[in-house]
Design a protein around this ligand. Structure first.
Ligand code: VAL
Length: 459
């Protein structure tokens, strides 16, 4: 199915331009937007962080996203093999597939905490279906979050259910599984989120939220703040682990790649800002701290549902859709390893089950972290004893693996492949827009990422 739009008729491809955009936007829009952006912005003091995040999105992560899509469409294989082909094409002696393999490791690490957070969303959907949240106080909401996070078996169970669902969708061929899932789930999510912004803005302290997110405050601008902002920009687009490269490989040659990039980045940004504007008015009108951390979305949004008539129904719809948003992303994270195993002769089903199981096993580390496991011997030995496994995995992937892969993509596309080759692969006219993007990929992105790492090491 859909083979007509691809150059290579044996290789699968999404059935239309719009299908490609929806599925790939589904990959970008995920927990990173609704769960991640508000809590990371909250922990980093708001305004200044958001500004750096926007700049990082525009000048580093989005151009790298476009590069990753392009590498996928040019390489038409799983990330290690696509990059291997392109290495040969560029006549480079560096080992490009290594970047692909690092990404594959990254996908499983991301899934390992993704599954636990998505599991909490599913647990809350059930709570809502049982009529929960109506008339709840701040304390009851906090207790529910604490209960979930204190039970390792519960987190492990949900993580297994979530990964099972992900594996199921990935087992189907891409037009049945990935495509159908995205087309149904994405539009519904956008609608309900918008409704929540309106509600939260009317009942909570909207002015304080806008001021927090977009106003100027005195704050410490540390290398760590930059690292977090850039990391969040990469994470929210999902650049750097090969999920986008794999989807790029399924992108027909009839899709306008730069325009698709703009649409996807715009949708992604819209959802993150909407989530922020739904959550922060409640932060400032309730007792929840903006710096509450990974629990922020679970501590604030139930307060909306506590008050409104029919709150349980809306709560159910919201947490269900948050689960959907997570699924449309997790399938993009499971796809690259499954594609690689397919190339090795495995069936999609077997590959999906194996990699999903691996993610579930590693997710126990995040469950352990949430349940209060802090002083872990191996971390203490590395001098990282303030960090939990969850912190280490999340920050290691977002703040190191993703930007490093982004740097690699920028060097491949900006320097190793010829300018003409790249221009024709997009394809773009040799005009201002192409020159701008090529300049950013060649100079701005590599310099920013290198400076970031130097700053992080020196600071
Ligand atoms: N981009 C997604 C997110 O923001 C995933 C794939 C990391 O949640």
């Amino acid at each position: 199915a859909g083979a007509s739009s691809g150059g290579n008729s044996a290789y699968p491809s999404f059935s239309s331009r719009i299908a490609f955009i929806i599925v790939t936007a589904g990959s970008a829009v995920g927990l990173g937007n609704v769960w991640g952006f508000p809590y990371v912005a909250g922990q980093n003091g708001g305004g200044g962080f958001v500004l750096i995040y926007l700049l990082a999105l525009a000048f580093v992560a989005a151009p790298a996203f476009m590069a990753e899509l392009m590498l996928g469409r040019m390489g038409k294989a799983s990330p290690p093999n696509a990059l291997g082909r392109l290495q040969a094409k560029a006549g480079s002696r560096l080992h490009w597939p290594l970047v692909g393999w690092t990404g594959l490791v990254g996908t499983i690490l991301v899934l390992s905490f993704y599954a636990v957070i998505a599991g909490q969303a599913m647990d809350y959907a059930i709570e809502a279906a049982k009529g929960g949240f109506a008339g709840w106080s701040d304390h009851e909401v906090q207790a529910l979050d604490a209960d979930f996070k204190s039970s390792m078996p519960m987190m492990a169970l949900w993580s297994a259910i979530f990964m099972g669902l992900t594996a199921l969708i990935v087992s189907f061929d891409i037009n049945t599984g990935l495509e159908k899932a995205g087309k149904v789930m994405m539009p519904a999510l956008l609608m309900i989120l918008l409704g929540m912004v309106i509600y939260s803005g009317n009942t909570g302290d909207f002015g304080a939220a806008v001021d927090f997110l977009f106003g100027f405050h005195k704050m410490d601008v540390t290398p760590r703040l930059f690292l977090e902002a850039v990391g969040q920009a990469f994470f929210t687009l999902g650049v750097g682990v090969g999920g986008i490269m794999t989807y790029g490989s399924y992108m027909g040659s009839n899709v306008n790649l730069p325009r698709a990039t703009l649409w996807i980045v715009a949708m992604d940004l819209f959802v993150a800002l909407a989530a922020g504007l739904a959550i922060f008015p409640l932060v400032f009108s309730s007792g929840v701290s903006a710096a509450a951390g990974p629990g922020l979305v679970f501590l604030t949004l139930p307060l909306i549902f506590a008050d409104i008539p029919g709150g349980a129904v809306v709560a159910f719809a919201f947490f269900l859709l948050l689960t959907f948003a997570a699924v449309t992303s997790s399938i993009s994270l499971l796809s690259p390893t499954v594609a690689r195993l397919e190339e090795a002769g495995w069936s999609r089903r077997k590959g999906a089950v194996l990699m999903a199981s691996l993610a579930v096993i590693i997710s126990l580390l995040t469950a352990y972290s949430f349940a209060g496991g802090k002083h872990v011997f191996p971390l203490a030995a590395l001098g990282l004893d303030g960090m939990t496994f969850f912190d280490l995995i999340r920050e290691g992937v977002s703040n190191f693996i993703l930007p490093l892969s982004g740097l690699a993509y920028a060097l491949m596309v900006g320097w190793a492949l010829s300018r003409e080759e790249v221009r024709k692969a997009l394809p773009m006219e040799d005009g201002l827009m192409f020159r701008l993007w090529h300049g950013v990929i060649r100079y701005v992105a590599p310099i920013c990422i290198t400076a970031l790492f130097i700053g992080a090491v020196a600071g």
